[in-house]
Write a protein that binds this ligand. Structure first.
Ligand code: PHE
Length: 344
C-alpha cells in the first residue's frame, strides 16, 4: 500500500512542478489535464486500484482527494499570478507618458510653381495690372482664330495641340494664355492693363517640356502705347524677379498675333554671361515671348487699330522657377516627391 500512496505523492509532485513552470493560461490548463483533470494521471491511477479492500480504497481515495485539492489550490494561485502578470504587462504598454514631446503633423506649403506664379502676379499687380481669367478647355476661335492663326495655317504648327472631339464645336485644351487677350478685350474697352495666369496644355514631353504647364500672360492697350513701354515694363519686372541690373536682350521673333515680335533673354543666372551648360555657352536664357499686338487682332474684338495700340507678353512659370532655383528637369515639379518639394 505504501506504493499506492507513494505513487500519488509522486504524481502530485510532478503536477505541482508542471503548474509552477506554466507561463500561460494554456500551459496551466494543459498541466491540469495531464495530472488532475477528469482524464488526468491521478484519475487514471485510481481506476487501477478498484480491486483493493474497502478500507484500503478509502485511504487511497482520501489521499487522492487531498492531492487533487492541493493541486487545485496551486492551480488557482498560479492562474491568478499569470493573469496579474498579463494585466501588468498590458498596463505597461498602455501607460501614457505625458512627458513625451507631441508628434507634429507634417506641415505642407505652397508648391514652388504656385509660389513663383504668385510672385509674378504680385509684381504686375504692383505695376497696376489686374487679373483676368479664362477656361482651360477653350474654343478654337479664342485659342487660334482670333489671334490671327487661321485654320490650316502653318502657324498652328508652332503649338502641338490637344484637340477635343465634341459635337458642339471646335474645342482645344488651350495651348497658351493668349486667348485671354481676346476674352478681356471683348469684355472691356481700353485703357487695359491685364495679367492672365493659368495652366496650358501641349502635346509635348521631355526634360524641359511638360504636357501641362503654366503661363502668365500680360498685355496693355491704350492710346499711343509703344514698344518702349513694353521694354521698360519687362526691365522693371526682371529686376524685381531676378535681381536689379540683369541685362535683357530682345531678339526678333515671330508670333501671328504680335507685330513686331520678340523673344526676351536675361543674362544667365548661373554663369552671369561667361557661358555654362545651362545657357549652352550663350550667356543668355530665354524667358518670354512678346510683341506689339497685331492690328489684325483688334479687328476680332472691335477695337479701332488707328486709335489704340498695345503690347502683349507671355512667360512660362515653370521655366522661370527652374531658372531661379537651378532645376534641370521640369518633371520634378509634377512628381510631387516631398524630398524635392520640401527644399522650397
Ligand atoms: N502665347 C505665346 C506662346 O505661348 C507667347 C506670347 C504671348 C507671345 C504674348 C507674344 C505675346 O508661345
Amino acid at each position: 500500500m505504501q506504493d499506492t500512496t507513494e505513487r500519488i505523492a509522486l504524481l502530485t509532485e510532478e503536477g505541482l512542478r508542471a503548474i509552477s513552470s506554466a507561463k500561460t493560461e494554456s500551459d496551466l490548463l494543459d498541466a491540469k489535464g495531464r495530472y488532475f483533470g477528469k482524464k488526468g494521471a491521478i484519475s487514471e491511477f485510481l481506476k487501477g486500484v478498484a480491486s483493493l479492500a474497502v478500507e484500503e480504497r478509502k485511504r487511497v481515495g482520501a489521499s487522492a482527494n487531498e492531492a487533487r485539492a492541493n493541486l487545485e489550490a496551486a492551480f488557482a494561485r498560479k492562474l491568478e499570478e499569470i493573469r496579474e502578470g498579463e494585466r501588468k504587462a498590458r498596463e505597461g504598454l498602455e501607460r501614457i507618458d505625458v512627458t513625451l514631446p507631441g508628434r507634429a503633423p507634417p506641415l505642407g506649403h505652397r508648391h514652388p510653381v504656385s509660389r513663383t506664379m504668385a510672385e509674378i502676379i504680385a509684381i504686375f499687380q504692383r505695376l497696376g495690372f489686374s487679373i483676368h481669367g479664362g477656361p482651360e478647355i477653350e474654343k478654337d476661335y479664342y485659342n487660334f482664330e482670333a489671334l490671327n492663326i487661321p485654320k490650316d495655317h502653318p502657324a498652328r504648327d508652332m503649338q502641338d495641340t490637344f484637340y477635343i472631339d465634341w459635337p458642339g464645336g471646335d474645342l482645344v485644351l488651350r495651348t497658351h494664355t493668349s486667348p485671354i487677350q481676346i476674352r478681356a478685350m471683348e469684355a472691356m474697352r481700353p485703357p487695359l492693363r491685364v495679367i492672365a495666369p493659368g495652366a496650358v496644355y501641349r502635346c509635348d514631353s521631355d526634360v524641359t517640356h511638360s504636357p501641362m504647364f503654366h503661363q502668365v500672360e500680360g498685355f496693355a492697350v491704350d492710346r499711343s502705347i509703344t514698344m518702349g513701354d513694353l521694354k521698360g515694363l519687362l526691365n522693371e519686372f526682371c529686376g524685381m524677379m531676378f535681381g536689379e541690373g540683369k541685362p535683357l536682350r530682345f531678339r526678333p521673333s515671330f508670333f501671328p498675333f504680335t507685330e513686331p515680335s520678340a523673344e526676351v533673354d536675361i543674362r544667365c543666372v548661373i554663369c552671369d554671361g561667361s557661358g555654362c551648360r545651362v545657357c549652352q555657352d550663350s550667356g543668355w536664357l530665354e524667358i518670354l515671348g512678346c510683341g506689339m499686338i497685331d492690328p489684325a487682332v483688334y479687328g476680332f474684338v472691335g477695337y479701332d487699330p488707328e486709335e489704340f495700340t498695345g503690347f502683349a507678353f507671355g512667360m512660362g512659370v515653370e521655366r522661370i522657377a527652374m531658372l531661379r532655383h537651378g532645376i534641370s528637369d521640369i518633371r520634378l515639379f509634377f512628381e510631387n516627391d516631398p524630398r524635392f518639394l520640401s527644399q522650397f
